[in-house]
Design a protein around this ligand. Structure first.
Ligand code: ADP
Ligand code: 5GP
Length: 204
């Protein structure tokens, strides 16, 4: 029995998903980030166990064979996966969990009868602005930026499969929208924002 709620967040790389998430998670207690496993190399400033669990392709494939991923996908030439035991433990402890996963992973979970999730897609206002942000971030090589821009065109086509769409044009406005969606979803289905059941209902 899980008590937390699962949120799936997808966006083309550079749309601002990490920026939005960090701000909203700092504001809302009870929201946990699922740290994925990846074969990608760490970017400057990224920490193992915090941003990702950085593993070799062999380690990843071994985990995959053991069925340890709730979902996994190859994105921009690297493997990424969500740890099944870690997410289930977080949900069971009453935390709401955010998965920052790509459109393939989101489709896998959306089609899974085993787990329910709320899905959100973040778009940049334009491809031109996306390119500006990817370059401005200064963390990726020219080759990586071009690959991510090419993939963005494909990923954007999945936007309408998600329950919520957030256009990240003005940052503060997008943060407010994401926060509001999480709060609204937490108020559904007889749950208080902290994940506690409504006690008064059991007294009636
Ligand atoms: P993602 O996690 O989606 O790949 P990031 O959060 O790393 O994207 O954001 C990419 C870059 O765009 C960062 O340099 C970030 O500061 C910047 N950024 C994010 N949101 C906005 C916004 N609304 N306006 C301008 N720049 C933004
Ligand atoms: P980045 O390398 O920029 O951190 O992430 C690249 C892409 O991989 C993003 O779209 C991100 O959402 C996705 N991603 C990160 N972790 C996972 C995961 O566990 N599963 C899947 N399917 N995608 C992931």
């Amino acid at each position: 029995m899980t008590t937390g709620k699962l949120f799936i967040l997808s966006a083309p790389s550079g749309a601002g998903k990490t920026t939005l998430l960090k701000r909203v998670m700092a504001d809302l207690p009870g929201l946990a980030f699922s740290v994925s496993h990846t074969t990608r190399l760490p970017r400057p400033g990224e920490e193992d166990g915090v941003d990702y669990h950085f593993v070799s392709r062999e380690q990843f494939e071994e985990m995959r064979e053991q069925g340890l991923f709730l979902e996994w996908a190859e994105v921009h030439g690297n493997l990424y996966g969500t740890s099944r035991p870690a997410v289930l433990a977080q949900l069971e402890s009453g935390l709401d969990v955010v998965l920052d996963i790509d459109v393939q992973g989101a489709a896998i979970l959306r089609n899974s009868a085993a787990i329910a999730a709320v899905s959100l897609f973040i778009t940049p206002p334009s491809l031109q602005e996306l390119e500006r942000r990817l370059r401005g971030r200064g963390t990726d090589s020219e080759e990586t930026i071009l690959l991510r821009l090419k993939n963005a065109r494909v990923e954007m086509q999945a936007a309408l499969d998600y329950e919520y769409l957030i256009v990240n044009a003005r940052l503060e406005q997008a943060i407010d929208t994401l926060r509001a969606i999480v709060i609204a979803e937490r108020s559904r289905g007889h749950r208080l924002p902290t994940g506690q059941p409504i006690e008064m209902l059991s007294e009636l």
